[in-house]
Design a protein around this ligand. Structure first.
Ligand code: UDP
Length: 238
């Protein structure tokens, strides 16, 4: 097998990635396909942590617009990520993986608490580890959780899965002049206000020198190719 460039990765999936063409919830075919790709990569010997969002169900900011107190809305958003994590655990297990869900909010009847040392042990034992409930605090997003958990578990990279094949200068759906960047610095992402990850998440990665790669999860075998050093998507580094 070709040499692998990563040993341990943190994959960030947005809740919306699970919706497919629906406008709410989880499309079983989509979560099954994503799970299959992830298990294939695990079979290559890669240790995998996953942070999943909740935007396919609830987001605190959206709920606040409809009159719900923001902190309550964020709690609902975090619980939405727990639901997505359980669905992903189930889908990954159908493909033969061993999976642990660890939540930043205590919810013992459904999953484990997030404890860093235990998370690392799970990864070393070959369990895919899904980090639920973001960082456990309101006013954050699961992008920040992805950066934080990646740094805590000493991952080699944050792999942010999106529906487009990297970071563009403008929305390629709306602007025919838009072009894709192969490489950017953290500061360029922040200064150009490229809507790829929220600023707090990018700053955390910048300060701890954690590379971020944005790639298209809809592209078949994208994850596998990334493990083998392919330059698909956009890499964000110093
Ligand atoms: N959230 C939060 N703290 C966190 C992570 C998430 O309060 O550490 C809430 C927040 O309301 C957020 C929602 O959970 O909008 C769902 O997460 P996110 O928007 O990041 O999901 P995604 O866009 O990745 O689907």
């Amino acid at each position: 097998m070709t040499d692998l460039i990563y040993k341990r990765v943190l994959i960030k999936l947005s809740g919306e990635a699970l919706m497919g063409d629906e406008d709410y919830g989880i499309d079983p075919k989509v979560i099954d396909r994503i799970s299959q790709e992830i298990v294939r990569v695990q079979d290559m010997g890669i240790e995998i942590g996953i942070v999943i969002g909740g935007g396919n169900i609830f987001r605190g900011a959206g709920l606040a617009k409809s009159g719900i107190d923001r902190v309550t809305g964020d709690h609902m958003g975090m619980l939405a990520t727990v639901m997505n994590s359980l669905a992903l655990q189930n889908a990954l297990e159908k493909h033969g993986a061993k999976v642990r869900v660890m939540s930043a909010i205590q919810i013992h009847e459904v999953c484990e608490d997030y404890i860093r040392r235990r998370a690392i042990r799970h990864l070393e034992k070959g369990n895919i580890t899904v980090f639920a409930a973001g960082i456990g605090n309101p006013f954050f997003t699961t992008d920040s959780a992805a950066s934080l958990r990646a740094i805590e578990i000493d991952a080699d990279v944050v792999l942010k899965a999106t529906k487009v094949d990297g970071i563009y200068s403008a929305d390629p759906m709306k602007d025919t002049e838009a072009f894709k960047y192969d490489r950017l610095t953290y500061d360029e992402v922040i200064e150009k206000k490229l809507a790829v990850m929220d600023t707090a998440a990018v700053v955390l990665c910048r300060d701890q020198n954690m590379p971020i790669r944005i790639f298209n999860m809809m592209q078949n075998n994208a994850l596998q190719e990334l493990m083998q050093g392919s330059n698909i998507g956009t890499i964000v580094t110093v």
